[in-house]
Write a protein that binds this ligand. Sequence first.
Ligand code: NAD
Length: 264
Amino acid sequence: MTGLMQGKRGLIMGLANDKSLAWGIAKQLAEQGAELAFTYQGEALAKRVRPLAEQLGSDTLIECDVSDMDRLDAAFAQLADKWPTIDFVVHAIGFSDKNQLRGRYYDTSLDNFLMTMNISVYSFTAVARRAQAMMPNGGALLTLTYYGSEKVVPHYNVMGVAKSALDTSVQYLAVDLGRDNIRVNAISAGPIKTLAASGIGDFRYILKWNELNSPLKRNVTIDDVGGAGLYLLSDLSSGVTGEIHHVDAGYNVIGMKAEDAPDI
Ligand code: NAD
């Protein structure tokens, strides 16, 4: 299976380092022939992102903080200067104050609630509007969500509320953009150790719990996520939109811990 993405071009948003979910997806897209551009948040990340982009044959790096709509406009204008049209966008961005990703959801402040919703939810809609303008022949948008949007996961708190809104955005955007032949999907990834995940309280416990209780009895990797990303962004999934696709070793189907499961 080679060349699945041959002739396709797209933007990867949310690459921080080689542990990022965005990296797992970008690698597989590039292996299948996609041409990639990257956005990064702030100059501090540029020195990490540049060598990774180069490794995948890309020299297009655009600074973009998605909470700044002028910056987002400028980033898409910069991209349009290089490529008049694109075929896909990966949105792998989420953020909340880590002091509120522990303890009780109940204690979330208004400021952090709004900031979390802005960066982790609204940005996907803002990106979708700008991407649509560059997809006259259709395309595919992909974001990343987590099971904490469906059920309560300790410490995930306001991020869980944000991911619920993100999941619903995927469905509304899928309807809005269906007439333009733009598909909109999300991967609900199991827990993976990344920079963002390190901000979540007791994340090691979440990892251990998932490993011991998922049907596959393991955690997923960024390569597992990458494979699903390739499927959702390629023509293999041409009939799929508005979907929240779980890549979590099956954890989401479990209703109760089995009697013979080891204690953790
Ligand atoms: P990561 O730290 O590698 O990536 C998070 C990215 O978000 C970073 O590149 C960061 O620069 C970017 N970002 C944050 N605020 C931003 C802003 N204002 N403007 C632009 N970019 C901004 O971590 P990750 O785990 O790969 O996270 C990627 C996505 O995957 C997130 O949406 C996360 O919630 C989701 N996710 C992660 C897991 C997990 O366990 N790691 C599981 C399910 C879903």
